[in-house]
Design a protein around this ligand. Sequence first.
Ligand code: SF4
Length: 349
Amino acid sequence: MMKELNQLPIPLLLWYRENARVLPWRSDPTPYRVWISEIMLQQTRVAAVLDYYRRFLEAVPTVADLAALPEDALMKLWQGLGYYSRARNLQKAARQIMENFGGVFPNTYDGIRSLAGVGDYTAGAVASIAFGLPVPAVDGNVLRVVTRVTGDAGDITAPAVKRRITEALRQIIPTEAPGQFNQAMMELGATVCLPNGAPLCGRCPAAEFCRARLEDRIGQLPVKAPKKARRIERRSVYLIVSEQGVALRRRPDKGLLAGLWEYPNELAEEGAIPALLGLEQEELVPAGQGRHIFTHIEWRMQAWTARIPAEALPESWVWADRQALARDYAVPNAFQAFRDFVDRQLGYF
Ligand code: SF4
């Protein structure tokens, strides 16, 4: 493994110098900026992150601002990016920095790793890019590049394999440019050594010594154990309207989409008749279907709508008109399928 890896840093860094994409967090890599970008980029493509990143940095330019931000404002900034626990952890971490580190971003790997929502990869990325510490940052892109370059057929979902690869990278990471090296690895994985068997080897700085290419094994690497099937959940979603808007309720503080606002909904048996607020079945009108895929669950939703008097709203729910929906309430993308319907209903007022 080491033979190929030892050859990697110099051609990789030269390639990166010529080919690095210009990205806003790269121009001024302060710890705060690198951290926010890395958290946003988890499970999310660069193109989808750019606007969110700019808006977030404008609205919340410092750790102290983030620590003090009201929760609804935070969720509103995050609305549409998904995986909302990331936003919650960002704020938790900002408060940790204020309380445990005197408001100064921690400058050691262990300090960074101790922050909420920060795993090995993110700690490595921030430590190397913002502080120049020689620690690897190993994400899916990096695992793909390393297993292909070295011909390693270990299962990359196994923690032991990830540890082995991390250790191997620790041996070769150039101490004078660890941040550049880590970013170059990720960039190579994201733009050249593409997944699903179609890498652009002709443009790759590792092509000459890459085992997968030389041995014609690209399609077989990396090796990944198959994922567990997602659980399918059928849900009834209620788009209840009155002259004051559409009914929203807040989700519980823990679990999936914790603390976000949603259209009331519940688990439904297939073909079962929904019942809500004592409404008769004929008062609930079908209002479309939607589907949303989370990491471990898939929601298959049937929406129902009804018009009720404003005062009939249960106590902990709220009415949101068009303006409030746009400004104050973060309704997750899972309910995207019903947005047009709700918008049309609210347009009638
Ligand atoms: S030569 Fe091809 S398979 Fe090997 S690292 Fe480069 S892009 Fe990936």
